[in-house]
Write a protein that binds this ligand. Structure first.
Ligand code: GAL
Length: 741
C-alpha cells in the first residue's frame, strides 16, 4: 500500500542561499506552498527582483520501523527555474526547468528521526534552461510554486499511468513500473475501470521485470467489453476512473475520458464530429504572487474560459499548465493545446536536450488528460531547425500514438515536421484581411491540417480603463477574426492572444511590465471585448447582452455613442427612452456571416427620432428571444458614484491542514452608479482590511483600475472566518465574510 504525504507546510524560506541550509536545522520565514520567492508590485516592478538564488528547508521525520522495506520518493510538481535537492547534505541531481515535475528516491539518504530536506532554487533566467537565453515576453517569477509530496511505496511500485480512452471501447498507452531494487521478478498488474461507483471491468497483465532496470513500461492496448461507456465530449465530458494495482497492493489511479481527436485538411474532429475550435491563450500569472496560486484558483481560470467566455479550447501558452487547471479542463469539457516551454529562442545543444526532455516529461505527465488534443513540440515562434524539431516530433510520436503534434511558428513557409500546421497570424491591423490564406503561409501546394494559434494581442493592446473608441476597436478586432476563422471551412479553428493580461519584461508590454493583451485583465475581470466570445454561447445556457459603451455623452470624439455595438445572443434588441421605443435592431448577420451571434450595430444618431446625440437621455436596451423580452440593461444620462459592489468567488474555503497547500478566493470590488453600471474612470483608492483567519495578497490601499479591483485572500491553518472590509469615504463601507473550514 502506498502512502502519500502532502509536503507543503512548514518550509523555511531563505531569501539567499547558504550552505548551512543543507546541514543545520534553521529557522527563517515559515511558508506554505505554493510559494513565490518575491511578491512583486503590480506595475513598474523590476523583473530582476525575481532573479534570486534562494533556499528552502523542511524536516522529514523518518520512522525506519514503520517504513521498513519501503522506498521514500519526493515529488516536486514545479519549481522555477532550477532545483537542487539535498537530503542530509546528500545532493540529488539539479533539475532544470520550472514547469514540469521531478521525483527523487531519497530513501538511501535518510536516517532515523529528523532529516533535513533542502532545496537550492535558482530562479535566474539561466541561458541553459528553456525558455531562457534571450528576451521573452512573459515573466517566469521564481519559487516552489506547485505542490510537493512524499510518496512511500514498496520496492516495486506504479510510477505513472499514461493511458487514454480511444473510441468508446479501447484504452491505450503505457503503465510505468518502478523496480527500486532492479531485481528480476514477475508481477501481475490489474487495471480496473470504474464509472463513478460502478465497476466496469478488470484487465490483468503478467509482466517480467528485468535485472538492472529501474523502470519498465507495459504497453496497454485493450478492448473494453462494455457498451456502457459514454464518450467524452465538450458538452458531456464523461470521465472514468482507471485504477492500476500490483500484487503487493500498491495502487494508484487517474481519470480518463474516451474520445477520438483528429486534425485533418478540412478541420478538427472530436469523435468524428467536426468542431470549430474557438479559444484563447492563457498565461498562468497572477498579480503579486506570479505563478504561485493554489488549486482553486487554477481551476477557476478554466471555469472562466469555459463558462464565462464560452470557449471550447485553451492554449497553455507557452508551457505545461498546472495539474489542477488540466483536471478542471477534463471535468468541464475544455479542450487544451499544450506546449513545451519556450519563446522564439533556441539555445545550444545542451539547451535543446532539456527541451526534448520537456517534450517527454510533458507527455508523460499529461497523457491521461482527456482534454488535451494536441502537443505543441516547437519553441513558440522560433526559427526552423530541422534536426531539433525532427527530434521533438519523434519523441512525441514515440510516446503518444493518439494525439497529433503542432508547433507554433510565425515565419511563412516554415518546414512542416508536425502533423498540424499551427501558426500565429498577426495579419489583422484593423484594415488588412483578418486572416491570411493558408497556402500563403504554408507555401505548400495543398491544404494540410491547419490552425491559427494567435492573433490580436500586441496588434492592439487595450486596458480596462481605455477609452470607448479603443474598446470598440478592440472588440471589433476579435469579432472580425473569429468570424473569418468560422467562415474558412478548412481551418480547424483558432486561439487568440490572449485570455488574461500578464506580467512581462521591460521591453514588452506597456512599460509597466504588463502586456494588456487580454480580453480579461490580470485580475480576471472582463474587458468589453470578452463579449465577442461570451455572446457566442448558446442562449439556453446564458443570455448575453453587452453594449460596448460606457454610455457618456462626450466620451467619444465629437460625442455620442453612435454607432453602438452590442454583443448579444438575442434575436434582436430594442432601445427605449423612457417608455418610448426608439430603436429596434437585428444582429449584423450579413457582415458577420460566420458567427452564430453577430453583434447588433445601431446607428443611434440616424435611428432615434426625438433623441439625438445632442439630446442626451436615460436609455434601456432590451434583448428579445422568440419575441419575448429576456434581458435588459439600462444607462443613466448622469451617473454618479453610488456604491462599491464587493463579491467573492467563494464564500467558503479550506484552512491549511497538515501538509496541505493554502487555499484562496478572489474578491472583486466594482465602483458602480445607481443602476449597478461600472464607472471606468473613477481612479479612486479603496482601503481593504482583512481580519480573522486569512491574509490579503497584495496591496491594502489600491486604486481602482477601470472601475475594478480584485484581490485574493489566502487561508491560514485555523478554521473560522475571514472578515473583509472595503471602504472609500464617498460611499458606504462594505463587509463580507468567508468561512474557513
Ligand atoms: C506573439 C507571442 C506571444 C505574445 C504575443 C503578443 O508573437 O507568441 O507570446 O508575445 O505575440 O501579441
Amino acid at each position: 500500500m502506498r502512502e502519500i504525504i502532502n509536503f507543503n507546510t512548514n518550509w523555511q524560506f531563505f531569501k539567499e542561499w547558504n550552505d548551512a541550509i543543507k546541514t543545520e536545522k534553521l529557522n527563517a520565514e515559515s511558508v506554505t506552498l505554493p510559494h513565490t520567492v518575491s511578491e512583486i508590485p503590480l506595475h513598474y516592478f523590476d523583473e530582476s527582483d525575481t532573479w534570486l538564488i534562494t533556499g528552502y528547508q523542511n524536516i522529514f521525520n523518518y520512522d525506519k520501523a514503520k517504513f521498513q522495506n519501503k522506498r521514500i520518493l519526493i515529488n516536486f510538481e514545479g519549481a522555477m527555474a532550477a532545483a537542487e535537492v539535498f537530503v542530509n547534505n546528500k545532493s540529488f541531481l539539479e533539475h532544470k526547468g520550472g514547469y514540469l515535475p521531478f521525483v527523487h528516491d531519497i530513501t538511501d539518504a535518510l536516517k532515523e528521526g529528523e532529516n533535513i530536506i533542502a532545496v537550492k532554487l535558482d530562479s535566474l533566467e539561466r541561458d541553459d534552461i528553456p525558455p531562457f537565453g534571450n528576451e521573452i515576453d512573459y515573466l517566469c517569477y521564481g519559487g516552489i510554486y506547485r505542490e510537493v509530496q512524499i510518496i512511500i511505496v514498496d520496492d516495486i511500485s506504479i510510477e505513472n499511468i499514461m493511458i487514454t480512452g480511444l473510441g468508446n471501447q479501447n484504452i491505450t498507452g503505457k503503465i510505468r513500473i518502478r523496480n527500486s531494487k532492479k531485481t528480476n521478478s514477475k508481477e501481475t498488474v490489474s487495471i480496473n475501470l470504474y464509472n463513478r461507483e460502478y465497476h466496469i471491468c478488470e484487465i490483468k497483465k503478467d509482466i517480467q521485470l528485468q535485472n538492472n532496470e529501474l523502470f519498465t513500461d507495459i504497453e496497454i492496448d485493450e478492448h473494453i467489453d462494455s457498451d456502457r461507456i459514454e464518450l467524452w465530449t465538450i458538452n458531456n465530458p464523461r470521465l472514468y476512473k482507471l485504477e492500476v494495482s500490483l500484487s503487493n497492493e500498491d495502487s494508484t489511479s487517474v481519470r480518463i475520458g474516451f474520445r477520438d481527436v483528429k486534425f485533418t485538411e478540412d478541420g478538427f474532429y472530436l469523435n468524428g464530429e467536426k468542431i470549430k475550435l474557438r479559444g484563447l491563450n492563457r498565461h498562468q500569472s497572477f498579480p503579486y504572487v506570479g505563478y504561485a496560486m493554489p488549486e482553486r484558483i487554477q481551476k477557476k481560470d478554466a471555469d472562466i474560459l469555459k463558462f464565462d467566455m464560452g470557449l471550447n479550447i485553451v492554449r497553455s501558452s507557452h508551457y505545461p499548465a498546472s495539474r489542477h487547471f488540466l483536471d478542471r479542463c477534463d471535468e468541464i469539457g475544455l479542450m487544451v493545446f499544450e506546449e513545451i516551454p519556450g519563446w522564439q529562442h533556441i539555445g545550444d545543444k545542451e539547451w535543446q536536450k532539456v527541451s526534448i526532455e520537456n517534450v517527454k516529461d510533458m507527455i508523460e505527465r499529461d497523457f491521461h488528460h482527456a482534454s488535451i488534443i494536441i502537443w505543441g513540440v516547437r519553441i513558440n515562434e522560433s526559427q526552423d531547425n530541422h534536426n531539433f524539431y525532427k527530434e521533438t516530433n519523434e519523441m512525441a510520436h514515440k510516446l503518444d500514438k493518439t494525439r497529433q503534434t503542432g508547433g507554433v511558428r510565425y515565419i511563412v513557409g516554415s518546414e512542416l515536421l508536425e502533423d498540424v500546421y499551427t501558426v500565429n497570424d498577426f495579419n489583422y491591423d484593423g484594415k488588412a484581411d483578418p486572416i491570411r490564406a493558408q497556402k500563403c503561409i504554408t507555401r505548400l501546394d495543398k491544404n494540410v491540417p491547419y490552425m491559427i494559434t494567435e492573433y490580436n494581442g500586441h496588434m492592439f493592446p487595450t486596458k480596462m480603463q481605455d477609452c470607448e473608441e479603443r474598446t470598440i476597436e478592440h472588440t471589433k478586432r476579435h469579432y472580425e477574426i473569429i468570424n473569418a476563422v468560422a467562415i474558412d471551412k478548412y481551418l480547424a479553428g483558432s486561439t487568440g492572444w490572449c485570455a488574461f493580461d500578464y506580467h512581462t519584461h521591460y521591453n514588452f508590454g506597456s512599460g509597466d511590465r504588463i502586456c494588456y493583451h487580454g480580453v480579461y485583465d490580470m485580475f480576471r475581470n472582463p474587458k468589453l471585448a470578452a463579449s465577442a466570445y461570451s455572446s457566442q454561447m448558446c442562449k439556453d445556457y446564458k443570455i448575453v447582452l453587452e453594449p460596448i459603451t460606457i454610455y457618456a455623452r462626450g466620451e467619444r470624439a465629437i460625442g455620442g455613442v453612435s454607432p453602438l455595438m452590442i454583443s448579444t445572443n438575442c434575436d434582436y434588441i430594442e432601445i427605449y427612452h423612457e417608455n418610448d421605443l426608439i430603436v429596434k435592431e437585428y444582429p449584423a448577420a450579413g457582415k458577420y456571416q460566420g458567427l452564430k451571434h453577430a453583434p447588433v450595430i445601431v446607428n443611434m444618431a440616424v435611428n432615434i427620432p426625438g433623441v439625438s446625440d445632442m439630446d442626451w437621455a436615460d436609455i434601456k436596451i432590451v434583448g428579445y428571444i422568440d419575441s419575448k423580452p429576456v434581458i435588459e440593461k439600462s444607462y443613466l444620462k448622469n451617473p454618479t458614484f453610488k456604491e462599491l459592489e464587493v463579491k467573492a468567488d467563494d464564500y467558503e474555503i479550506n484552512s491549511i491542514s497538515e501538509g496541505s497547500s493554502w487555499d484562496s478566493t478572489r474578491i472583486t470590488v466594482k465602483a458602480v452608479d445607481a443602476l449597478g453600471n461600472r464607472l471606468p474612470y473613477i481612479n479612486e483608492a479603496v482601503k481593504i482590511k482583512v481580519e480573522g483567519e486569512g491574509e490579503l495578497i497584495g496591496n491594502d490601499n489600491p486604486v481602482l483600475e477601470g472601475g475594478y479591483y480584485s484581490f485574493w485572500v489566502k487561508s491560514n491553518s485555523k478554521n473560522g472566518e475571514i472578515k473583509i472590509t472595503v471602504s472609500n469615504k464617498r460611499v458606504e463601507t462594505k463587509t463580507i465574510s468567508i468561512k474557513v473550514n
